[in-house]
Design a protein around this ligand. Structure first.
Ligand SMILES: [Zn+2]
Length: 92
């Protein structure tokens, strides 16, 4: 089990979220110093799930990957945790 104190942030190329258009240039991982190809990225602004390429750019999940994500209780829990925190964050 990892906690937030295990979190490490690193810079990425500017990644535009395919859904909300936000450009994310930082990724925070828990339990891994650097995302590997195929790891999951969650948009900090809207919670959209993308997949990391080897160069830390992102791409949308394939249909098969999306089905896998939809079926994963761990992914569902992560998205729900994001939504809870996001909704409690002060708006600006
Ligand atoms: Zn987004």
């Amino acid at each position: 089990m990892h906690t937030i104190s295990d979190a490490v942030s690193i810079e990425t190329p500017p990644n535009r979220c395919p859904v909300c258009g936000e450009v994310n240039e930082l990724t925070t991982g828990v339990g891994a110093a650097r995302p590997a190809e195929g790891d999951l990225s969650l948009c900090f602004s809207c919670g959209t799930l993308s997949i990391f390429n080897a160069d830390l750019t992102i791409r949308p999940p394939t249909e098969a990957e999306q089905a896998e994500l939809n079926a994963s209780p761990q992914v569902r829990a992560a998205v729900e945790a994001f939504r809870t925190v996001h909704n409690e964050r002060p708006k600006h």
